[in-house]
Ligand binder design. Structure first.
Ligand SMILES: C[S@@+](CC[C@H](N)C(=O)[O-])C[C@H]1O[C@@H](n2cnc3c(N)ncnc32)[C@H](O)[C@@H]1O
Length: 317
């Protein structure tokens, strides 16, 4: 299978259109903060032959595959193994002091979901890992084995928005007293058995719990809270950022950070807005943009996407 077959870049044309004005300068730096298999990056490198790419991913498999895919672009490409809240340091380590265009295409890739041994998918039995970066950190199995009932309940509620969080937390605690819950198949069985019959028809019982565990394992929301402001900090005037979110918890964070960046900081009641209070960014799209019906039909991964974008209009103080 080629990378093209396993991951169709979401909202590619819209991302190109929104970032194009920021990438017109010869030598402009494009940062792909979630490189994955390099689908978006490859298209940007082809369409803007004068740009340079800094591609970041915390997953070494993704970096290897994207590295092979992008090898033909030679020294226009620098790939960095990092969590993307290290975006500013990664850009500096690649030899640049700013980024003209930045893209975040959040979440897991089809590669991660489809590789059974990564444990992200509730449809395939595998060790409960779920780390995007398999070189470090706590696995989902560690969490399921060690968190108390209250903590399991809290993450299922908070990161899965799961109504049966308490019931599932109790079922896991009871099951792990019998034998370790270290495979996705066993966790799915426990969750199905703990789901009342009426609720079984409202989607797969494991979907939200798996989402919650993945977010906890990879600290996804805490990282995003830092990564978007850090990305804004390295954009020069005219620099642009596009963020694609795939669930409401991520989108809420992006919305809040961009709202703050595009707001005036003038104290309430001041009759005129002083230049230093004017917003440093402007929003490029109203609200969150969705994929078209045609794209949703062609590419099911595009169904939940929410796109937000902004441009720097004033230099940092
Ligand atoms: C949805 S995929 C990106 C797909 C890519 N745009 C393409 O077209 O091939 C998301 C990728 O970002 C990586 N990723 C997610 N969150 C990350 C983070 N906080 N820091 C670094 N990489 C991250 C994942 O490991 C995954 O490979």
């Amino acid at each position: 299978m080629s990378p093209n077959d396993i991951h169709t870049p979401v909202l590619l044309e819209r991302c190109v259109e929104l970032l194009a004005p920021a990438l017109s300068r010869d030598g402009a730096v494009f940062v792909d903060g979630t490189l994955g298999m390099g689908g978006h990056s490859e298209a940007f490198l082809e369409r803007f032959p004068h740009i340079r790419l800094v591609g970041l991913d915390r997953d070494t498999d993704a970096l290897r595959i994207a590295g092979e895919r992008l090898a033909r672009f030679g020294d226009r490409v620098t790939l960095v193994h990092t969590v993307n809240d290290g975006i500013a340091a990664a850009v500096r380590s690649a030899g640049y002091d700013a980024a003209d265009g930045i893209l975040f295409d959040l979440g897991v890739s089809s590669l991660q979901l489809d590789r059974a041994d990564r444990g992200f998918a509730y449809s395939q039995d595998a060790p409960l890992d779920m780390r995007m970066d398999q070189t470090t950190g706590t696995t989902a199995a560690d969490i399921v084995a060690s968190y108390g009932e209250g903590d399991l309940r809290r993450i299922f509620e908070r990161y899965g928005e799961e109504k049966l969080a308490g019931r599932y937390a109790r079922a896991i605690i009871a099951a792990r007293q019998q034998s370790p819950v270290d495979r996705s198949g066993r966790l799915v069985e426990i969750l199905i058995a703990a789901t009342p019959y009426a609720a079984q028809r409202q989607g797969h019982p494991a979907k939200r719990v798996f989402q919650a565990l993945r977010i906890e394992v990879n600290r996804e929301l805490a990282v995003l809270e830092r990564a978007v402001p850090d990305a804004l900090d390295i954009l020069p005037v005219g620099g642009r950022i596009v963020v694609l979110s795939f669930q409401s918890l991520e989108d809420r964070i992006v919305k809040r950070v961009l709202a703050a960046a595009t707001a005036s900081t003038a104290p309430a009641g001041l009759p005129v807005e002083l230049p230093e209070h004017q917003p440093k960014f402007r929003l490029l799209v109203r609200g969150a943009e969705l994929a078209s019906d045609q794209e949703r039909e062609r590419n099911p991964r595009a169904i939940p996407v929410r796109l937000r974008a902004a441009e720097r209009v004033r230099a940092a103080a």
